[in-house]
Design a protein around this ligand. Structure first.
Ligand SMILES: Nc1ncnc2c1ncn2[C@@H]1O[C@H](COP(=O)(O)OP(=O)(O)O)[C@@H](O)[C@H]1O
Ligand SMILES: N[C@@H](CC(=O)OP(=O)(O)O)C(=O)O
Length: 453
């Protein structure tokens, strides 16, 4: 039994949706289908989720929004015509969007945003279910209301244990189950979306709930590549990768699979297969708990921008009991999570995703660290990228860190931070954002172009 998730590009047009139907028809074990909202049809196109965010912002700011609704509906109309569906489905979608906008009068801004964002996947799932049925594929649309239970705000949205119990009964259904990705409901019935790209998470939750043998994640590339194909020319294909490696890579830049989507499947050891809707015959990449050892120590290199560093120094910091805890508590009280904390005897850096900061927060943190921890020096620096070199084989290869730093130094960039995870499966470097692409290319040629074993 397989759960198949189709990303935005796989359901962007009628032509793509027909490919999805053929993929499902070609294998009777493909019983569960999770879909995203229609994505980009061309590189210049706008994702429906982005159109919906614009619509939600207009509603929140009490600006006119009729045209924005019409833009969204027209994307579904194009698909309905191409799929030979009755226009009625578009009228239902238009009424649904209007109802969500009207309900906004009684909702807070977060609820308005979540409701409109989620409509992208919800309406697409209804339309695709209607299409499947119209061509004789017995299909049932299932709303996340029927069991995808998530936690309450303000925690980041995550499925709770009950979700797995409630959704498990779907495994007995005779029809194909068509499930919208990206959102769930709290116990009290509040709709909440996952982070962007979160339909991958829905697919993983459903896979774990029904005990799938395989979670197939269909996208627009043949496989996961060892580096972002938009930066590195013709990167090596990854045939098999472990959960741990994929987790490290998707954390920083491998946008092809959401890092939070691994947790539900890892727990049950369900393998994930990344595949291409446009070339379903290609074997794709398998994400598994244990893989055949490869000759290369490095499996992939990822890079992501948008990091800030909080630097704190204080003489004899190492002797002061509880210094680190107090520092991290200040961040906790500002609702900020951290990524790494590389440290020396008398100083510590905290690496933070910059989107969590604003001027007022920074000022408060600086004041508190100065006053409450009596730091000698404290400052924020911004505009950093994180480059992560990942491979299960790295711990057996001496001199790997030296090769990586030598490659980075050839680009003229200064390394602002180095961190080796305790599992030795990854090595991270903090560098100025402007060097990100050039370093990625240099590291790629260091570890993939030459024979390194
Ligand atoms: N290492 C990588 N391997 C494969 N694709 C990658 C990698 N890094 C980034 N990508 C990008 O991820 C894209 C697929 O992810 P996404 O846009 O979320 O697809 P979907 O709409 O199917 O969810 C690819 O088109 C590719 O540009
Ligand atoms: N549509 C949502 C969720 C998602 O997973 O989309 P995609 O499969 O296109 O990455 C987004 O754009 O974030």
């Amino acid at each position: 039994m397989k759960v198949c998730k189709f990303g935005g590009t796989s359901v962007a047009s009628a032509e793509q949706i027909k490919k999805v139907a053929n993929i499902i028809k070609s294998d009777a074990t493909r019983r569960f289908v999770v879909v995203s909202a229609p994505g980009k049809r061309t590189s210049e196109d706008i994702k429906v989720t982005d159109l919906l965010i614009e619509l939600a912002n207009a509603v929140i700011q009490k600006q006119p929004f009729d045209e924005k609704i019409a833009k969204v509906v027209s994307r579904y109309e194009d698909n309905a015509i191409g799929l030979g569906l009755d226009h009625e489905i578009c009228e239902i979608i238009e009424l649904d969007l209007k109802a969500r906008c009207e309900a906004a009068l009684k909702q807070n801004d977060d609820a308005i945003m979540d409701s409109l964002k989620a409509s992208g996947e919800d309406n697409n799932a209804k339309m695709i279910a209607a299409y499947f049925n119209s061509i004789g594929m017995l299909t049932r649309y299932v709303s996340p209301k029927e069991g995808l239970v998530v936690n309450d705000a303000p925690e980041r949205t995550m499925a709770i244990a009950e979700a797995y119990e409630e959704l498990s009964s779907l495994k007995d259904s005779q029809e194909i189950i068509l499930f919208p990705g990206f959102f769930g409901y709290t116990k009290s019935g509040q709709l909440r979306t996952f982070d962007r790209g979160g339909s991958d998470i829905t697919g993983a939750i459903l896979s774990a709930a029904v005990g799938a043998d395989l979670y197939e994640n269909f996208t627009d590339v043949d496989c996961v590549f060892s580096a972002n194909p938009k930066v590195v020319n013709n990167p090596a294909e990854i045939v098999e990768i472990t959960y741990r490696e994929m987790r490290e890579l998707s954390y920083a830049g491998f946008s092809v699979f959401h890092d939070e989507a691994l947790m539900p499947v890892v727990k049950q050891g369900i393998p994930v297969n990344i595949k291409n809707t446009n070339n379903p015959q290609a074997p794709g990449t398998r994400i598994v708990s244990k893989r055949v050892e490869s000759k290369r120590p490095v499996t992939g290199i990822s890079a992501d921008s948008g990091f800030s560093i909080l630097y704190v120094s204080k003489y004899l910091m190492n002797r002061e009991i509880g210094f680190g805890r107090k520092l991290l508590q200040i961040l906790e009280e500002e609702n900020i999570s951290y990524e790494h904390t590389p440290s020396g005897l008398d100083d510590i850096s905290v690496i933070i995703r910059s989107f969590q900061l604003d001027d007022a927060k920074e000022e408060r943190i600086l004041q508190r660290v100065e006053n409450e921890l009596q730091a000698d020096d404290v400052n924020f620096r911004h505009g950093f990228s994180m480059i992560v070199v990942v491979g299960e084989g790295m711990k057996y290869k001496t001199g790997l860190a030296a090769s990586a730093t030598a490659a980075i130094s050839r680009t003229g960039a200064n390394i602002e931070m180095i961190n080796q995870g305790s599992s030795e499966v990854s090595l991270s470097f903090g560098v100025l954002e402007k060097y990100e692409n050039v370093i990625l290319k240099e590291l790629y040629s260091e570890f993939f172009s030459a024979i390194t074993v």
